[in-house]
Design a protein around this ligand. Structure first.
Ligand code: DGL
Length: 271
């Protein structure tokens, strides 16, 4: 039994899709979440900047003696994979579990990837998919505007702007005939109802938050570092800008009022 918390981070709100899944799949685990809301988005920045930010985020979480570090950010997972591998505790990003799930789910071997510009430029999903399914055709589309929509809480299934943006980004993926789409940025599972509506019911969406949470469960088991089955997992949230907007979206997503659990931190003190 290991009582230490699991550290989860993202550039902002997106990683809450992983937390949402972890709360269901790992109800006994304590979670420390850091959302770098003061510096979001990461996905349009240089690889060097993304690596620097990711290193600071990891250092902040390590100050809580976490038993595992979870990069709940597609951009960090794809661009700074080496950094995640070097973490001394068990650690993961979203790339491997989601790519594997997509590679196994497709029946026509055409897979769409929606991600940030940095993620799409990295080709990381494509490379990872090919390890399981060498014949897959992968169509990747950078969807940077979707990150801002989520950060601004424009996530309602009927939101006109969100629907128009999703429709435009999905076009090349649907035209290519993809039967499986990886929501390759953790902000995107939050828009899944809109994406599913536009893609059609026959398209399988790979929820990176769910796949990552399932993978975390496997790692905890394998390393024998699960918390006690009688412990009720608690969450604590830290953000690098004002807490209000983060809490507004988190309250809806997690189905509880997190205001008393959310705090501002000065990430520059962890450089
Ligand atoms: N959640 C991040 C990702 O998964 C958001 C992207 C960003 O900060 O641009 O890539």
């Amino acid at each position: 039994m290991d009582k230490r918390p699991i550290g989860v981070f993202d550039s902002g709100l997106g990683g809450l899709s992983t937390v949402r899944a972890m709360k269901k799949i790992l109800p006994n685990e304590d979670i420390i979440y850091f959302g770098d809301t003061g510096r979001v988005p990461y996905g349009s920045r240089s690889n060097e900047t993304i690596e620097t930010y990711a290193a600071q985020d990891i250092r902040f979480l390590e100050s809580f003696s976490c038993k595992m570090i979870v990069a709940a950010c597609g951009t960090v997972s794809t661009v700074a994979a080496d950094l995640i591998e070097k973490i001394s505790e068990p650690a993961t990003g979203i790339t491997k579990p989601s790519a594997k799930a997509a590679a196994l789910a497709t029946t026509n071997n055409i897979i769409g990837v929606m991600g940030t510009s940095a993620t799409v430029n990295s080709n990381a999903f494509e490379e990872e998919i090919r390890k399981t399914n060498p014949d897959a055709k992968v169509v990747s589309v950078a969807c940077p505007m979707l990150v801002s929509l989520v950060e601004n809480n424009w996530i309602d299934i009927d939101d006109e702007v969100a629907n128009a943006a999703v429709k435009r980004y999905l076009k090349p993926i649907l035209q290519a005939g993809a039967d499986t789409i990886i929501l390759g940025c953790t902000h995107f599972p939050i828009l899944a109802p809109i994406i599913q509506k536009i893609a059609g019911g026959y398209v399988k969406l790979i929820d990176t938050g769910y796949e990552e949470a399932m993978y975390v469960k496997t790692v905890l088991r394998k390393n024998d570092i699960e918390n006690s089955a009688t412990h009720k997992g608690a969450q604590k949230f830290f953000v690098s800008d004002k807490t209000q907007n983060f809490c507004d979206v988190a309250n809806v997503l997690l189905g509880e009022d997190i205001e008393s659990k959310c705090e501002f931190i000065d990430i520059f003190k962890h450089i």
